[in-house]
Design a protein around this ligand. Sequence first.
Ligand code: HEM
Length: 372
Amino acid sequence: ADILPFYGKYQQGIVTPQQDFFHFAAFDIIAKKRSDVRALFEKWTDAAARITQGQPVGDESNNQHLPPTDTGEAIGLTASKLTITFGVGPTLFTKDGADRFGLASKRPAPLADLPAFSADELQAEWCGGDIGVQVCANDPQVAFHAIRNLARIARGSAVIRWSQAGFQRTERAAAKPGTARNLMGFKDGTGNPDVNDDAAMNDVVWVQPSEGPAWMTNGSYMIVRRIRMRIEEWDRSTLQDQEATFGRARISGAPLGGTDEFEKLDLDKKDASGKPLIPVDSHVALAHGDGKVRILRRSYSYTNGIDAKTGQLDTGLFFVCFNRDPRKQFVPMQQRLAKNDRLNEYIVHVGSAVFACLPGASAGGFLGQELF
Ligand code: HEM
């Protein structure tokens, strides 16, 4: 039950119900030839297919004079619902105007560089990457083992550019199953489309055959944003202000004026004085918009010691979302939020990257086979 299939039409870790722990790494390719990139993806696919099934990354030679094949910290641990999701970034296709691997003509139009958003305070050390790898598991050591071994296998072909570990509450700690809370204390994920609704996933997440390019059919675009929370400010704000910031009640997660977490958002509901119950500049009202354009969020909390400059905790939300076309989904949504969201008083976007997550591989094949 703790093993999820690796091979299939889609990559795992996208419509997979969210696991407890997370580790993201962005890699830069240092190899010079396309055939080396192809070889890396062959090796990575094989390794991922093994470790997600609870196996070591490769067969051991047991030669006393060689380092072991697998680094060993997952020996005796179950697969813990480990999933590994691979995506390729804009710079794999073109970097500083150069067509590095003869792939420039294959770059999909939706894999456009993200525009600058008005509230951005991006730092280069948390941005970009030729390849993005999302690892999720119900155990933090299993997740780290995956990233570490993928980096080790890549030696000579790719290097880690930046990485971030993340978490949410464990299933074991939750008295009842339900939506996890973010570090602002609010339920996060309520308004997501249903991952079991195939029609919704085809509409929101999966690149359709008609859209092109062919190598992206059944893939999806992943956006990651490292969003620092100003928790000191947040913790000093009143309950009323906190609830008005999100447009939802803190304890129940229900839309303001409602009672149930999952009731429909009704942005037209007004109080006796004619004021909208859900403020027009609340996070939920702006993210929802007219409700027609959606994304699938799959974010985790992070914490990273303290910010040396301010002495405050470096902590927040590692926002992850999947969508069919960021130009039509994530970008307009984030433009609305960056401009008017009440939440901006308490957050700052410091990291950003976009990746084209490849379609799934079938046994015997490898991820990116049709691209490289
Ligand atoms: C809803 C938190 C950033 C898109 C929500 C909700 C919370 C929340 C508590 C209400 C419950 C839910 O539906 O999940 C946060 C925090 C953020 C953040 C703390 C930053 C630190 C973003 C960003 C985007 C986004 C960057 C996309 C550009 C959405 C969407 C909804 C939502 C689409 C659902 C709206 C609906 O009900 O239709 N967020 N969010 N959020 N958020 Fe965020």
